[in-house]
Structures are given as C-alpha cells and as structure tokens.
Design a protein around this ligand. Sequence first.
Ligand code: GLN
Length: 309
Amino acid sequence: MKTRILIKEGEYRLTKAGVPDAAIDAEELYCFMKGCDKVILFLNKEQEADKETEEEYFRLIEKRASRIPLQHITGKQEFMGFDFKVGPDVLIPRQETEVLVTEAAKILREERKSAAGARHKSRGKLLGLFSSPPVQEVLDLCCGSGAIGISLAKICEDLSVTATDISEEALALARENAKANRVEIEFLKGDLFEAIDTGEKSKRVKTYDMIISNPPYIKSSLIALLQNEVKDHEPVGALDGGSDGLNFYRRIVADSYRYLKNDGWLMLEIGYDQGESLRDMIRETGHFREPEIIRDLAGRDRVVKCRKV
Ligand code: GLN
C-alpha cells in the first residue's frame, strides 16, 4: 500500500473513533514511527509502505483510536518551541498557556532592561557597564511538567526559578525536562506555598519578583464532560478546581502578596469565564493594583496579571 493511502486509512479509522484532528494525528503518528518530519513524509508519500510498516502503523492508530492522547503515545509535547516529556502524571502543556509565558517573559525582560538603565545612570557609565542587574526570582506554582518555569528560564536571562508541585511524580518528570532543556531550576514538593514555607510564622519568608501559575481550574461537575483524552488520561488533580473552579485561585490570591516583593507580579492562567471572578477576588485583597485580563488567540479571557502595591 502506498504511504499516502496508509495515512488516509489511518485518518479514516481515527475519524470513525471520534478523534479530533484525525488528519493531523494520522500524519504525526507516521512521523513518530519513522522518526522523520513532515517534509520527509510529504516527499515519500508515493512510496510503497512494506508490511511491517503497515502493521506497526496500524498498531499506533489503534492506540490513538482508543483515545489515548497523541502526546502519551509519542511521549512529548512542544511548548514555546522547546520539547517536553509528558505522561499520565502531568497535564499536557496547552497552546493557551503560551500566552501566559509570553506575557510573563515580556514583563521580566522589560523590568530587567529598566533596572539595567537605572543602574547605569546611578553608577556612572563605567561601573554600569560592569554590573548587571540582579537575578530575577520567579516562583512557578503547580508546575506539572515544568513547561512554564523551564520555558521562562530558557527565554529570560539570569532568572532564578523555583517550581513547586504537590505530586512527586510530576516533579520527577519536571526535573527530567529541566535537565533535557539544560536549565537549573529549584524543584520543591508541597501544596502551593507550603512547599516554600519554613513553617515558622514569625520568620521572614522568601519573596519573589513574580509568582506564576496555571493551577487546576475546571469546575468539578464539568470534568466528566471533557473529551475522553483529557478526562480518562490526564491527571484529574491537575484539572479539578473545585465546585466553582476557583479553589486554587482563592488560596493563591489570598497568600501571594506575602511571597512577592513590592511591585512584584502575580500571573495566572484562568478559564475563559473566570476573568470577572478573578478581578473581584484580586481587588478585594487590597494588595494589588488594578488587574489586567489578557485574551488567548481564540479571543477568550485566559490570563490575569496584577502587580503588588
Ligand atoms: N486548559 C485546560 C483544559 O482545558 C485546563 C488547565 C487547568 O485546569 N489548569 O483542559
């Protein structure tokens, strides 16, 4: 059978099984199997596929047809142009989350630039040239695969990233991802701020330039309605935000000012219908300037950013 026909048959079987993006996945699985990219596939489409290739390909198609996520078959997902290993213990990094990371990187870079400018002025030209602005410290809560913190460390210069998660399995994978992407990240296990808290209330806590998080935010009652790939294969602990989906935000918004430097930023991914609730929640604390809501590429509210007073 020609490769082109093989892939069409793969697409047909995936469509029949209700797989979204069947055409893309049929090609991706072929490329994964052959270790090639889409250009090579395109050039080889008229070539005959041997029996072995056919069998192996349909084995992969069967897996995907049973609604195992593509990324659990290939073992990886690209995010911000970097490769991340993924598995059933972590949320597969989503494209929407790139909006959060892009916005955070923009802020961190701008702040660094203006800090460098200020130093330059105050120290005179020569000294300014030799002293770089201090390292910026970022805390990534509910880090999962580590995609957010690792991407930031890759994109921004001189960033010190601490990433926390409640799941030991997630942290093990995130450590692997940091190593594979060649960045140093401090990983800590714990329930939100508990991971970095010393437990002594009187002691001064460590403060950060930015706290960033994509916490679980789906309403519990909606989990059963998610597509099979998500509800049957991704960790519910990374999705379920309680009865109104806001449980994690309540805790993060209430406590984050203690762990932020003055003028520090709180950056959160949110569900498309949670912007107003987050705005109110943040305003009520009195610890932040007016929050700003940023939309994703589909035009839906996706990120809230605010600055500590
Ligand atoms: N955006 C994810 C989804 O729709 C949910 C991510 C989250 O809860 N943090 O499946």
